[in-house]
Design a protein around this ligand. Structure first.
Ligand SMILES: NC(=O)c1ccc[n+]([C@@H]2O[C@H](COP(=O)([O-])OP(=O)(O)OC[C@H]3O[C@@H](n4cnc5c(N)ncnc54)[C@H](O)[C@@H]3O)[C@@H](O)[C@H]2O)c1
Length: 371
C-alpha cells in the first residue's frame, strides 16, 4: 500500500486488460495505483504502462520478475486460460492478492492447484465474473435471495452466438484456451445461473460438443468480427450440457460462437421456481435494452409477465459511471482493504470449471460424468 492505495501489477496486457481492467481501475484513483505491467509481447506492456501506469510504473516480459517486487499488493491475471493457474500460483507464493480472469482455469486439476496456493497464502482471491454486477442481474439475485421465485428446480444458462467467433487473441487455440465457447462464454452464463440458484452441488453432467462450423469457409464469412480463419480453428463451435444437482434441480447449458439458431442470448439465464420464473434477457450480444429482466408467475388466476420499465431520462449526470467493470473492481479492492470476502468466491468458480470439464468429458466418452 502506498498513501492508502493498493499497488496493482498485471500479468497479460491484451483485450480484457485494455477493455475492462485498466479503464475500470483508472476510475478508482483513490483506491489503487497501476504500477507494474507484464506481457510476453513487450510493446503491449509498454503501451499499457504509458496509457494507464502511475508515475514510474515498471514493465516486464517475465511475471516471475514482476512478482519479486514487494511493493506490489495485488495481481490481476489476464492471460490465455492455461496460464491462469501457473501465474496465480506464483502470485500467491509471492504473497499477492489475486484477481484471475474467467474461467478460473482450463481444468479442475489446474483450479485445484490455485485453490491450494490461495489457502496457503492467506490472501484474497476472486475470479472476473463481472456479469454479476449488471444492475438487472443484481436485482434478480436479490429476488432469488428473498425467495420470491420459491425453489428454483429448473434453469437454462444461455451463451448462444449465431456467428461471433473472436478473431483476436488466441481464442480458437485449444492448447492455450482449453476449449471454445463452452469454456469462454458458457462459463459466464453458468456462473450467473448457479449464483441465482445458490446451488453449488452438482452430481452429474452429460453433454454434446460440436465441431461443425469452425472449419467451414462459408460459415466464417458471416462472422460479426470479420471472418475467422477456418484453417487454424481448433476448438468446438457449440456445446450443450445437462447438469443434475444433488437436490434434483436441473440446468440446461447452451453455448456457441457459431450456430444456425435465431435468438442469440449471452450471459443470460432463465429460472423456473415454484413461486415464479424469471429471465435475464440482456447480455453481451443482445440489443433489447428495455427488456433486460422479466418475471413471470400466476396472479389471481391469470398468467402475468412483469418487465423492467426504463428509468427517467436525465440530460446530464455528473456522478461516476458505474460500469460492471468499475463495480467489480471497487468491491474487489474494498474486500482487500476491509478484509471482507469478495463477491465471487473461488470455490464457486471452481464448481463452474468442474461442470464445464465434465461436459467436455461426457461428450468425449459418450457417457454421463458423475462427480
Ligand atoms: N470477463 C470477461 O468477460 C472476459 C472477456 C474477454 C476475455 N476474458 C478472459 O481474459 C483472458 C485474456 O483474454 P484476452 O481477450 O485479453 O486475450 P488477449 O490474447 O487479447 O490477451 C492476453 C494477453 O496475455 C499475454 N500473455 C500470454 N501469456 C503470457 C504470460 N505467460 N505472461 C504474461 N503475458 C502473457 C498475451 O501476449 C496477450 O497480450 C482469458 O482468460 C479470457 O477468458 C474475460
Amino acid at each position: 500500500m502506498k498513501d492508502g492505495k493498493l499497488q496493482i501489477g498485471f500479468i497479460g496486457c491484451g483485450g480484457i486488460a485494455f477493455n475492462k481492467h485498466f479503464p475500470s481501475l483508472q476510475a478508482l484513483p483513490d483506491l489503487c495505483d497501476m504500477v507494474a505491467f507484464c506481457d510476453i509481447v513487450e510493446e503491449r506492456a509498454v503501451k499499457a504502462a504509458k496509457e494507464y501506469g502511475a508515475p514510474g510504473a515498471k514493465t516486464y516480459t517475465d511475471y516471475n520478475e514482476m512478482l519479486k517486487d514487494d511493493s506490489i499488493d495485488v495481481v490481476h491475471v489476464l492471460t490465455p486460460n492455461v496460464v491462469h493457474a501457473p501465474a496465480t500460483v506464483a502470485a500467491f507464493e509471492a504473497g499477492k492478492h489475486v484477481l484471475c480472469e474467467k474461467p478460473m482455469a482450463h481444468s479442475t486439476e489446474a483450479a485445484n492447484q490455485m485453490l491450494a496456493a490461495w489457502k496457503k497464502s492467506g490472501k484474497k482471491f476472486t475470479i472476473g465474473y463481472q456479469n454479476r454486477f449488471r444492475p438487472e442481474v443484481e436485482a434478480l439475485h436479490k429476488a432469488c435471495e428473498a425467495g420470491e421465485l420459491g425453489e428454483i428446480y429448473f434453469a437454462k444458462a444461455h451463451a448462444v452466438r449465431r456467428r461471433a467467433v473472436p478473431t483476436w487473441g488466441v481464442f480458437p487455440n485449444k492448447a492455450l484456451q482449453g476449449g471454445g465457447p463452452l469454456i469462454d462464454i458458457g462459463t459466464h452464463a453458468l456462473d450467473m445461473t448457479l449464483w441465482m440458484m445458490d446451488n453449488y452441488k452438482p452430481v452429474s453432467v452429460s453433454g454434446s460438443v460440436f465441431y461443425k462450423l469452425g472449419h467451414l469457409e462459408e460459415a466464417a464469412e458471416s462472422n460479426i468480427f470479420g471472418p475467422w480463419d477456418p484453417k487454424t480453428y481448433e476448438v468446438e463451435d457449440s456445446a450443450f450440457g445437462f447438469i443434475k444437482m444433488e437436490n434434483g434441480a436441473t440446468i440446461y447449458l447452451e453455448s456457441s460462437w457459431a450456430l444456425n439458431m435465431l435468438g442469440a442470448k449471452e450471459a443470460a439465464t432463465t429460472l423456473c421456481g415454484t413461486k415464479a420464473g424469471a429471465e435475464i434477457r440482456s447480455g453481451m450480444s443482445v440489443k433489447d435494452k428495455e427488456d433486460k429482466l422479466v418475471y413471470n408467475r400466476g396472479v389471481h388466476g391469470k398468467l402475468m409477465e412483469e418487465h423492467c420499465s426504463p428509468g427517467s431520462a436525465v440530460a446530464y449526470f455528473s456522478g461516476p459511471k458505474l460500469t460492471d467493470g468499475v463495480k467489480e473492481a471497487m468491491q474487489w479492492l474494498n474486500a482487500i482493504k476491509n478484509d471482507t470476502e469478495p463477491l465471487v468466491k473461488p470455490e464457486q468458480a471452481f464448481v463452474v470449471t468442474q461442470i464445464l470439464e465434465g461436459i467436455y468429458k461426457a461428450a468425449e466418452t459418450g457417457k454421463e460424468v458423475f462427480f
